[in-house]
Design a protein around this ligand. Structure first.
Ligand SMILES: *[C@@H]1O[C@H](CO)[C@@H](O)[C@H](O)[C@H]1NC(C)=O
Ligand SMILES: *[C@@H]1O[C@H](CO)[C@@H](O)[C@H](O)[C@H]1NC(C)=O
Length: 175
């Protein structure tokens, strides 16, 4: 479940606004900070022809239970500064079943991610090593028609009992 959130971010947060066709979306940069007491992450993003492929290794050192929350913040760059456009508030990470979500994108991501990894979608998430390989986000299907042009920053935080244990920042340019 944890990594679903990162990918969900890129896709579903941006899916809330509209944009003309014939566009492209690129991850120009990202940062990946985490508390090594909880987890180690090795995240790799590869740009392929029409898709973005994500690989990652996750070593989970503490069980993730219902006290783990995440949030997503979408900011747009205007005159050199990032301004918040959307914030989800903190949500329980394991309390929800993505595969039964009413949101089509949540369901798509949950089922695709399970195909490309040995991650579980059930809570609690046990300690151990997890791998995701070749999880692809296809511009044509998922993003091109729905993303407004501009430069965006998407921040995804993960918290245990209120303490930040992970923070991802994705810099995205849509044209
Ligand atoms: C990407 O992010 C890193 C870390 O914040 C930064 O040092 C680097 O300059 C950035 N690269 C680009 C191309 O923006
Ligand atoms: C997940 O798959 C990797 C690679 O096959 C394996 O090393 C690891 O033990 C698996 N983790 C779990 C929790 O099953």
């Amino acid at each position: 479940m944890l990594p679903n959130v990162w990918i969900l971010t890129i896709v579903s947060v941006l899916a809330s606004v509209s944009h003309p066709c014939d566009a492209s979306v690129r991850i120009t940069n990202y940062t990946d900070d985490y508390d090594p007491k909880y987890l180690d992450v090795d995240l790799r993003v590869r740009r392929l022809d029409q898709t973005t492929a994500i690989d990652f290794d996750l070593d989970l050192k503490q069980v993730l239970d219902k006290n783990v929350e995440y949030d997503v913040r979408l900011c747009k760059r205007i005159a050199g500064k990032y301004h918040q456009m959307m914030y989800t508030g903190r949500q329980q990470l394991c309390g929800k079943e993505l595969r039964r979500s009413r949101n089509l994108l949540d369901r798509y991501i949950a089922s695709e991610l399970v195909k490309h990894s040995n991650l579980t979608t059930r809570c609690p998430i046990a300690t151990g090593h997890y791998e995701v390989r070749n999880f692809e986000i296809d511009d044509r299907h998922l993003m091109m028609s729905v993303v407004p042009s501009g430069e965006f920053l998407i921040e995804v935080g993960v918290y245990h009992r209120g303490k930040e244990i992970k923070m991802n920042r994705w810099y995205v340019t849509a044209t």
